[in-house]
Structures are given as structure tokens and as C-alpha cells.
Design a protein around this ligand. Sequence first.
Ligand code: PLP
Length: 378
Amino acid sequence: MPVPFYDHAKLYRRRQAEIDGAIRRVLESGRPDWGEEVPAFEAEFGAWLGVAHVVTCNSGTAALKIALKGLGIGPGDEVVTVPNSDIATTSAIHAVGAKAVLVDVDPDTLTMDVSALRGAITPRTRAVLPVDLFGHPADWPAIETVAREHGLATIADSCLALGATIGGRKIGHFADVTCFSFAPTKHLGSLGSGGACVAAVADLAARMRMIAAYGQDRSRHVGMAKGGQPLRHETEGLNERLDEMQAAILRAKLPDLDADLAGRRRQADLYAQGLANAPVDVPSAQAGIDHAWRNYVIHADGRDAVRERLATRGIGTALSYAPPMHLQPVYVGLGLGPGSFPATERSTDRLIGLPIGPHLDDDQVREVAEAVREAVVG
Ligand SMILES: *Cc1c(COP(=O)(O)O)cnc(C)c1O
């Protein structure tokens, strides 16, 4: 039985009536833009997270840019981040004119090495931007301590960690701004593109909301449509808003999020059982952490041969964020060659992303685990 890495059509079919209904609601509202779906989704998503301030936008990449701009980070500033992430992380920093300073990761969690962060801080450092990789949160308590000591802003790239917790508190409650993605493959997937910034403080949220929307307050748009207030631009902004259609679709899918997260945790347990004593490194969560399991990433010697054997059995795997950013052609100019970040490179040379998520049933996960056991012994 083939096991696809993703299956969007299957996920649509399981909620077809709700998704069709959401799309029809937007079409019939006559308000394809600046309607009620975006504010309603922001309220519902905020309630799910237990946070007061959600600013939606049109991608995780946009969320990172809006967070940086909202915090006033720009040319001359340095932002410390990690090389094993989506290119969105570094490109957002460069898009606002700041400089990305890369540091290595902890070999167990694959998230920012906090002692490396300490070593990278200069007088120009303005912010730290850790990545909650694969759904395992960065060491936020330690990062918050360093940030406080040095007066740094904190931005979480939590695009892979929706639903993760530290000490029972959900991700979204740690950094100054937490960034999420609603790309179709993420925990809560739109059928296009979407993202969100979660802020701890109301005036930062208001600034980000304005930046995401042409530098204009929503009330002005809604008022103008009703023939009321004149245009009034208070700052230069982007046009990176979530659209009504995606907001309506996300509202239809949000009720499944808890069950989907529980399913991912069950699948991760099945993998751990199925791969026990196999010659591979299986991922685990640190004490006090609830992993969100956006990815189930093992590490194995002879990685490419293992992936090929799995592919011949119809099992989809992924090179999740490998090779790392500092070895990508776009960043050759940084002069950070092989060996610059040993923990990152040891991971990205050996990692294999296995299929996980609500499009799979438990038997498929057991089958993949069995196939991996056979593939690693050759
Ligand atoms: C997906 C992702 C992003 C970017 O999100 P988009 O919605 O695709 O723009 C950024 N960072 C990480 C770690 C991601 O996984």
C-alpha cells in the first residue's frame, strides 16, 4: 500500500461539506475583502491559543517580516537565528534590511544552542529568532533569560510548532511575537496561503496589523466602503493580509486541530515503538515538552539508500530543511562553508522525514516503521 507524504485531497474530503460551506459563505457575502471572516478567525484562533492578540497575514514568511518590522528592526541591526530552517527565516531578516547571524543548534532538540546565542551577541544585536523545528520548541525559558539580560526582542518561528507546549503553556505565550504558517502542509492548513503573528502586547499587535494592511487602520477601509471616512495612511505598510476565503476555510478546519494534534502524538508513539532497537536515531521530546510533531524526522547512516528503498515501496519521505541554509547557493556569499555548524550538518546529512499527519491511519504508520526497519539493514 503506498503511503503518501501528504494527501490534501483526502483532507478536503473529510471536511468537504464544511469547507464548501465556508467558500460559499464568502462568495455569497459579497465581501471578498475586508469582511467578517478574518476578524472571526483571529478571535477563534486566539481563543484556541489562549492569547489576546492575533494578527493574521498571508503567509508564515509574511508573519516573520511583519514581526521584524513591527519591532522596528531594520538596516544596521543583527538578528540571531539558525541555519536549519525554511529559507523564510533568513530571507525575512534580510527583507527588512537587517543581518541574519547564524548559530548552531543543540544536537538533541535541533533548536538554537543557547550558549552559541550568547557567543553571537554584539552591540548591534537587536533580536533573537529561534525556530521550533519539526514541532519541538526551542529552549524558550533559557532564551527569554538571555534576551532579558541583553535587551533583545524575541521572535519565534513557530511555523512548525502550532500546539506544542512547554510546561503546559502553548507556544504563542513565550516570545514578543510568535509567527505561525497556515500553508496547506502545516498543522492548520489553508487551501492557499496564510500566516499569523501572535503578540504579547496590544500596541505591538496594533502596529503589526497596520503594517500588514497598507499602513492603514481597518476601520478606515470599512468606513470608506460605506462612504464614510477619507483615506488616512499613518505609516508605510505591506499588503500581506489573510484573505477572506482562506480565513473562512481555516475556521472550518480549526475544530479538527486538537484531534489532529492528538493523532500526530499517537503516530509518533507508534513510530517510536515500531523503530525501537532499529539502527536509527528516533526523535523525542525534552522533559516538560509536548511536541507538536509537524515532522517525524529520524536520522540514519546511508540516508540516501534508505530513502530509495522506501521509495520503491511507495513510501514518501522528505529531506526536511536539508541541506541547511548556510550551504545553499543563495548564501555562498556569507562565506560559511561545510563545517561551520557541525550539529546542524550532522543532522541534515543524515535526516529522513517520515510521513505523519491526519491523512494517514495507524496501520500505514506501522507499515512505514516496518519498512524503515527493513530498509536500514539493507
Ligand atoms: C513553512 C515555514 C515558514 C514559512 O511559511 P510560509 O507560510 O510557507 O511562508 C517559515 N519557517 C518555517 C520553519 C516553516 O516551516
